[in-house]
Write a protein that binds this ligand. Structure first.
Ligand SMILES: *[C@@H]1O[C@H](CO)[C@@H](O)[C@H](O)[C@H]1NC(C)=O
Ligand SMILES: *[C@@H]1O[C@H](CO)[C@@H](O)[C@H](O)[C@H]1NC(C)=O
Ligand SMILES: *[C@@H]1O[C@H](CO)[C@@H](O)[C@H](O)[C@H]1NC(C)=O
Ligand SMILES: *[C@@H]1O[C@H](CO)[C@@H](O)[C@H](O)[C@H]1NC(C)=O
Ligand SMILES: *[C@@H]1O[C@H](CO)[C@@H](O)[C@H](O)[C@H]1NC(C)=O
Ligand SMILES: *[C@@H]1O[C@H](CO)[C@@H](O)[C@H](O)[C@H]1NC(C)=O
Ligand SMILES: *[C@@H]1O[C@H](CO)[C@@H](O)[C@H](O)[C@H]1NC(C)=O
Ligand SMILES: *[C@@H]1O[C@H](CO)[C@@H](O)[C@H](O)[C@H]1NC(C)=O
Ligand SMILES: *[C@@H]1O[C@H](CO)[C@@H](O)[C@H](O)[C@H]1NC(C)=O
Length: 568
């Protein structure tokens, strides 16, 4: 078998390393280091091997705080204990965080289940969390790996950490001038590069990498797709769950000088620092002081997203607005799946919004960093946009959660309209624009709308909320235990995802019998709708409707024609 043919590995087995006697201890050789993983039984009795906490870059601490990641190719030790996850990156409300967090994890079918002749395709997960959080250990890939084996297209799964908040996305003129922006995106690229160089040692094919991610992970993938030359990293497909490059408005780093001023001044050891010379002091401060100051900025600034990707100029990672780039034909020929959930906006909108003024102010906070400046085009666009929603509280057009008629959930009078608008502005419109651009450029693309009402939150005012599809992708056994029909939806989704990873199309004919997912074409714009309504009770077939991509056509068209006004 291939592993044994590697001289280093062979030598290791012949030597008297204690665990060599236990064939069950998974071990992989990377650049002279034996990476020792662990074995886990998964659902369906498929044995899965796990290698966690593997560093792909130097710890971004000391002088490397606020600096681009420095890739590591060698771990510098003879054996590396990879039986556990590495620490999550520093973020609020999570235990055990560390600034030394640039690590990744690999899941694979046990060696005996992998082909000895061919390397397996690789799927690489980039977590969401608003660029302010994210923890890989909550995304366990055992089910995905098991299903990939049972459907006879085994894949490897990798999840990566990247810096978030002020550690990963510094703001302000100083950060912009030093090029110390979009660092979290650069972390992602460093991890992808590590995978390209080393995944073959795990049995993965470095030329068959598919990125997938949700929310901020999906937004990141959009930016990388437009600007990072992903085809040079062995990436041959991407799956974007609820996030496009244009989901969050983009500005120059200097637009958030006030935020960075306040953040720096609020670090107790840096109280007197001046704008333009904060980095030496901030690099010297403790990570926990930075975290405390970040938390206080969250409580003080009204913008829902603070430390996020920024425009970084012609030689940077985000040279221009995504809408401008798409209009200029900037979409690369990498096939993709892109989708949204039914009620994307609900989780982001304050429930108490009562008046049109409240609604207006909410939109303003969302589209413009503090201090908010109401430019004429944005003002006019929002007025025009409001005119395109019907104003009828019974209309499905106006109210998200959609399909809930005149139910107000005890929320303010403008809550449901605001949720519909925000969902369209941040998610539905950019997703549609992206797919239309892809179709025009001949890039294979597959769209979905996730609308399973069984995934709705316990709080009915949130509907089929942002993030609702994630358990379907990761935990179909859990989903199926609660509702067998939804479990079938979940299994079918994993089949489509794995099929796409393994073959480049979601329709490889393996796994569950399921609806053929039509490619999104200029003259056939039809996403698939993931819910239980078209399943036949008692059947094990994944049968889904395909729907015309024309829901809320008027507001979505307006948003897409004015995307640059909204800095998207
Ligand atoms: C897994 O193994 C257990 C115990 O041998 C068995 O009862 C069960 O049916 C198996 N499940 C599958 C999906 O093969
Ligand atoms: C590897 O690390 C885990 C905890 O992360 C520990 O329980 C285990 O004993 C370690 N194994 C070795 C061989 O050091
Ligand atoms: C690969 O080789 C090993 C050892 O020779 C064997 O146990 C395993 O069944 C083989 N796997 C496949 C898929 O052929
Ligand atoms: C952003 O910076 C670029 C140059 O770095 C400049 O051309 C552009 O005008 C700036 N945009 C804004 C809105 O300040
Ligand atoms: C940081 O900000 C919080 C909230 O505004 C304030 O209570 C605290 O005193 C500030 N700390 C420093 C060191 O400026
Ligand atoms: C770094 O911190 C130490 C002690 O906390 C202090 O003595 C030193 O002056 C600081 N250096 C800078 C550049 O702020
Ligand atoms: C809400 O709609 C239902 C029927 O769909 C109707 O019976 C009820 O009177 C309406 N409630 C209000 C407050 O308009
Ligand atoms: C399939 O789903 C579509 C869209 O939700 C719906 O219009 C249609 O009635 C469904 N068909 C069946 C047989 O349930
Ligand atoms: C399930 O799909 C298969 C293959 O497409 C088909 O032959 C079979 O009739 C379907 N079964 C049901 C119950 O729909």
């Amino acid at each position: 078998m291939r592993w044994l043919l590697l001289p280093a590995r062979a030598a290791l087995l012949l030597s008297l390393v204690p665990w060599a006697a236990h064939a069950a201890v998974p071990t992989v050789e990377v650049s002279g280091t034996s990476i020792i993983g662990t074995t886990q039984a998964s659902a369906d009795n498929v044995t899965v091997e796990f290698f966690g906490g593997i560093p792909f870059a130097q710890p971004p601490i000391g002088e490397l705080r606020f600096a681009s990641p420095v890739e590591v190719d060698s771990l510098g030790v003879s054996t590396f204990n990879a039986t556990a996850f590495g620490a999550p990156c520093v973020q609020p409300d999570v235990d055990g965080v560390s600034e030394d967090c640039l690590t990744l994890n690999v899941y694979r079918p046990s060696e005996s289940l992998l082909s000895n002749e061919t390397l397996a395709p690789v799927m690489l997960w980039i977590y969401g969390g608003g660029f302010a959080g994210g923890v890989t250990s909550v995304y366990t890939a055992n089910n995905i790996i098991a299903q990939s084996v049972l459907r006879e297209t085994p894949v490897l799964y990798v999840s990566i950490n990247y810096r978030v908040g002020p550690f990963g996305f510094p703001q302000g003129t100083e950060a912009g001038q030093l090029g110390a922006v979009n660092l979290g995106l650069r972390d992602q690229l460093a991890a992808i590069s590590w995978v390209q160089k080393h995944i073959s040692a795990f049995g993965g094919d470095p030329t068959k990498i598919t990125l997938f991610g949700q929310s901020a992970g999906s937004i990141s993938i959009g930016h990388l797709l437009l600007n990072a030359g992903l085809e040079n990293y062995g990436v041959r497909g991407v799956i974007m769950e609820s996030g496009s490059a244009g989901t969050l408005p983009l500005f120059n780093a200097s637009r958030r000088d006030l935020l960075w001023d306040a953040f720096a001044a609020n670090v107790s050891t840096c109280a007197g620092v001046l704008r333009g010379s904060t980095f030496p002091c901030l690099r010297n401060a403790s990570a926990s002081d930075l975290l405390t100051s970040w938390e206080s900025a969250i409580s003080v600034f009204p913008d829902p997203f603070l430390f996020v990707p920024v425009l970084d100029g012609p030689t940077g990672l985000i040279p221009d607005l995504p809408s401008t780039q798409l209009a200029a034909g900037g979409i690369p020929k990498i096939p993709f799946i892109a989708g949204t959930v039914l009620d994307e906006g609900t989780a982001f909108v304050p429930q108490q919004l009562a008046s049109i003024t409240d609604l207006f102010n909410f939109v303003l906070d969302a589209v413009s960093p503090y201090p908010q400046t109401l430019t004429t085009p944005v003002q006019e666009d929002v007025v025009a946009l409001l005119g395109l929603y019907s104003g009828d509280p019974d209309s499905d057009l106006d109210g998200s959660p959609f399909g809930t008629g005149n139910e107000t959930f005890g929320a303010g009078a403008q809550y449901k309209l605001a949720a519909a608008m925000f969902g369209d502005m941040a998610f539905q419109a950019p997703r549609r624009a992206w797919m239309q651009a892809a179709a025009a450029a001949g890039v294979p693309a597959y769209g979905y709308l996730f609308a399973d009402q069984n995934a709705a939150a316990a709080d009915p005012s949130l509907g089929v909320h942002h993030g609702a599809e994630v358990p379907y992708v990761y935990e179909f056994s859990y989903v199926g235990a609660a509702n067998p029909d939804s479990g079938l939806v979940a299994r079918a989704m994993v089949d489509y995802w794995v099929s796409f990873v393994a073959s480049g199309t979601p329709n490889d004919g393996k796994g569950l019998a399921r609806t053929v997912w039509p490619q999104y074409e200029s003259d056939n714009q039809v996403p698939i709708q993931f819910d239980t309504t078209n399943l036949t009770s008692g059947s094990s077939n994944g049968t889904f409707a395909t729907i015309p991509d024309d829901y809320r056509a008027a507001p979505v068209s307006l948003l897409n024609s004015k995307a640059a006004d909204f800095n998207q």
